[in-house]
Design a binder for this molecule. Structure first.
Ligand code: F6P
Length: 385
């Protein structure tokens, strides 16, 4: 066992934002590396930053994390409605939300539990929330989490590959039923502003149309493509659409607004709109599937277990090497770390000239933007997420 630096004796760990497969695998790696390799104590903070506000902090032992590697979700609980800088304390008499800055309270609870640093496992919103605690003097090391794979500074976040696996399986299943009934099956996938899941699962499943938030589509272009496939092609089609996709000149489809969330917009409904548009313009039968939170659940696939273990281990190593306010990342297959604020509140979108889009166009996939695939420039050497 290595002896800990004098300033790190005890750390906290929390999981923030929407859950995703692999959170428990990171927790396990963090707790085991901290205790077994460095002899430092670990405290688990429940339900993200909410646990700091409510003082729900408990010791974690290696026993507590034994057997959780393969479990979906997070044994600590999570929360995507809690930003300590803008904490929702209730509504005024007119029903408007009232917010308060509770960062001092978080710092006080962290100090009371003698936390020399906190490992924060979360996405861009969680990193943004963490930055407000960094400003108050807490030392935080972030671990990038999201199925959307849109965190700036890292080529991949854990949870993404499992979500792609789940989405691909769903699209594969829609294929056979679309074929049998000569229908157009539209599947709406997660991905608020970044279409990584839809692009990757769409390509992996052989979807015919892929609609991404980054490439506004035209209903007429989609319909023209579908019409040709239904009349001159195999007579069925699969459309993979990201929840954040929108028609050119149009807006994203909002399902609801969650007022007490740091990121209040919840998208949903574009799949049905696309299916209705196709049915109307092509006079074919369509069906819509919204895969939803199934993409966030379940056991992480082996690649995510490995990635999560790497990230958890690396977070502790970064801390023990004196890192302050860093986020662990992977770039070009190498693990490293960047300034925590680098990723806060930003998103890594799919570039329109991404090699996978070029490859998709080359093999005849429509991205709904009317770009004739046969005229698209040759793909760059592929570096896939
Ligand atoms: O950020 C991950 C994500 O899964 C998005 O793709 C989706 O829009 C959102 O979370 C849904 O969040 P909630 O858990 O509030 O429904």
């Amino acid at each position: 066992m290595m002896s800990p630096p004098a300033n790190i004796r005890r750390i906290g760990v929390l999981t923030g934002g929407g859950d995703c497969p692999g959170l428990n695998a990171v927790l396990r790696a963090v707790v085991k590396t901290a205790i077994l390799q460095h002899g430092i104590e670990v405290a688990g903070i429940e339900d993200g930053f909410q646990g700091l506000i409510d003082d729900r902090v408990r010791p974690l032992t290696t026993r507590d994390v034994s057997g959780i590697l393969v479990r979906g979700g997070t044994v600590l609980g999570s929360n995507n409605r809690c930003n300590p800088r803008r904490y929702h304390v209730g509504d005024d008499h007119e029903g408007n939300p009232v917010y308060r800055d509770v960062t001092d309270r978080c710092v006080e609870v962290a100090r009371r539990h003698r936390l020399d640093a906190i490992i924060v496992i979360g996405g861009d919103g969680t990193m943004a929330a963490a930055s407000s605690l960094v400003e108050k003097g807490l030392n935080i090391v972030g671990v990038p989490k999201t199925i959307d794979n849109d965190i700036v500074g890292t080529e991949i976040s854990f949870g993404f590959l499992t979500a792609v696996n789940t989405a691909t399986e769903a699209l594969d299943k829609l294929h056979s039923t679309a074929d049998s009934h000569h229908r157009v099956m539209v599947c709406e996938l997660m991905g608020r502003n970044a279409g990584w899941i839809t692009l990757t699962a769409g390509i992996a499943s052989g979807s015919d149309v892929i609609l991404l938030p980054e490439i506004p589509f035209e209903m007429e272009s989609v319909a023209e493509f579908i019409d040709a496939r239904m009349t001159k092609g195999p007579g069925f089609a699969i459309v993979a659409v990201a929840e954040g996709a929108r028609m050119r000149g149009g807006e994203q489809v909002v399902a609801r607004t969650v007022h007490n969330s740091p990121d209040p917009i919840r998208l949903g409904g574009i799949g049905q709109r696309v299916a209705d548009g196709i049915a109307k313009l092509c006079r074919v039968e369509t069906r819509t599937t919204v895969l939803g939170h199934i993409q966030r659940g379940g056991t992480p696939i082996p690649a995510d277990r490995i990635l999560a273990t790497h990230f958890g281990y690396h977070a502790i190593q970064t801390l023990m090497l004196g890192g302050r306010n860093r986020m662990v990342v992977r770039q070009n297959n190498i693990f490293g770390d960047v300034d925590l604020l680098h990723a806060a509140g930003k998103q890594r979108l799919v570039p329109e000239d991404h090699p996978l889009i070029s490859a998709g166009r080359a093999i005849g996939i429509s991205f709904g933007d009317g770009v004739p695939h046969s005229h698209y420039p040759t793909a760059q050497p592929a570096v896939v997420v």
